[in-house]
Ligand binder design. Structure first.
Ligand code: FES
Length: 155
């Protein structure tokens, strides 16, 4: 069944104070907030679209674009930083041609830079979906990305 944002929106009272809750709900159920959903919400609440848009862009957890098939988290916590996570992050972003928070052109990967992933003993750490890759190096990162591209890694 396709995603019906009207239904979510109508589940809330027509009050401004629910704007964020509605956006969070749409995000949760759709993975991102489509432009039409913001337009529809602005009519529903009688608010300018620009208001909705600024809320949607202010909160990091909300995304206006679809996320990639795989979510890559690069740790920039202290332990990882000391052991060279910066180089790994740069390599990864260069390989995918994107910036943190963006999604690669082919829709396969989104990259997030995060703080400690709770696996400092494996530093530097990269997590792809729910899989941990420890003791990362520039070369390793490239081969892991290649494996995902070729769909050699399964959930
Ligand atoms: S600092 Fe990277 S996992 Fe803890």
């Amino acid at each position: 069944m396709s995603f019906v944002y009207e239904e979510i929106i109508h589940g809330y009272p027509k009050e401004k104070r629910y704007t964020l809750a509605i956006l969070q709900d749409i995000q949760k159920r759709n993975g991102f907030i489509p432009r039409e959903a913001m337009e529809y919400l602005s009519q529903y609440l009688g608010l300018p679209v620009s208001n909705i848009y600024s809320i949607a862009t202010f909160y990091k957890a909300l995304s206006l674009k679809p996320k990639g098939k795989h979510i890559i988290k690069v740790c920039s916590g202290t332990a990882c930083h000391i052991r060279g996570s910066g180089t790994i992050k740069e390599e990864l972003l260069e390989l995918l041609g994107i910036k943190p928070g963006e999604t690669s052109e082919d829709g396969l990967f989104s990259v997030e830079v995060v703080n400690c992933l709770g696996a400092c003993a494996l530093a530097p750490v990269v997590v792809i979906d729910d899989k941990y890759y420890g003791n990362m190096t520039k070369d390793k990162v490239k081969s892991v990305i290649d494996q995902y591209k070729e769909e050699r890694v399964h959930g």
